[in-house]
Design a protein around this ligand. Sequence first.
Ligand code: 3PG
Length: 400
Amino acid sequence: IDELVEDGVAGRRVFVRADLNVPLDGETITDDGRIRAAVPTITRLAEAGARVVVGSHLGRPAGAPDPRFSLAPVAQRLGQLLGREVAFAADTVGDSAKATVASLGDGGVTLLENLRFQGGETSKDDAERGAFADRLAELADLYVGDGFGAVHRRHASVYDLPARLPHAAGGLIATEVNVLKKLTADVSRPYAVVLGGAKVSDKLLVIDHLLERADRILIGGGMAYTFLKAQGHEVGSSLLQEDQVPAVQEYLERAKDRGVEFVLPVDVVGASEFPDLKAKAPAHPATVDADAIPADLMGLDIGPRTQELYASKLADAETVFWNGPMGVFEHPDYAEGTRAVAQGLLDSSAFTVVGGGDSAAAVRLLGFDENAFGHISTGGGASLEYLEGKTLPGLAALED
Ligand code: 3PG
């Protein structure tokens, strides 16, 4: 983006592909981290006199307008954070978008409606995606890719549009890539990784990569129960991906061979049913040993002994990567495991990277100062796929 700005962007229409995919409760934004992360690049362009056309997705609508996924509340928050007016276009490439872009003055900013309201955005068909990218290209003269959270998606605005316009990477993408690069090169050891979240199937490839690099891998969240099952324990009514048990068993074996330590929960906190997250009523949780989970108990967080164990495994680490909450942190009765890991990261002197999505939101929702962490990525899936060593379409498109 430095070169682009130096070349002069005043009066030019610059399409900024941001990732403003924030969690919403109705029309209320519950975590605006991604919007805040988008501000510096937009500000920089606007201050240089560009006419900034911001595009993003929100959620996973079915390729047609759906008010539940409107970016209207995001436009309002973006305006507050930028300290400048954000004109919201009620469509993506239709009359509203064209008129809003045409009426932008130098330094003006518009946010288009959710790009996924058009099927062409996410289509697997190159021609369909290309046709949508052609229409987006009519709205701009230059392209800046800055939506790190979406660079793993081969979508029209991420992958096809930059091929149609002179393009550059924004500051957020540059920062994210520089940090994650450090985790793929020579890391300072011990290198500890904390993986949580619901599904082990989402993490298999990254575990594969980490078995070659990490010294210890701490497992929590819903995926921990598939690991416990793979070790021969019963997991009651906890989340279980039975079909993944053989793959996990193989990973546990490989880890042993390679001297990588897998650390699994020794106790868990749970209840007979999933808590009501809205009411936040006390859930009457029980703490049980991880090798003695009763048949009617659903594990919903790591227990206190596990929290201590994990803190001790993080204490002497030199590098830590954390992706995925340890439990249902949205409910106060099941937030302690995630809180303990966040605190463990802060208490260690390691270089710490929090990988995106839910874990980043958890850190903020639990009241931690996000600036105290080495880096909080805006990309969940994107940061994992980067670490897996995959070619990410949204980065490849910006490279030439
Ligand atoms: C994310 O939340 O990880 C990104 O915004 C990408 O969203 P997606 O998984 O719906 O493509």
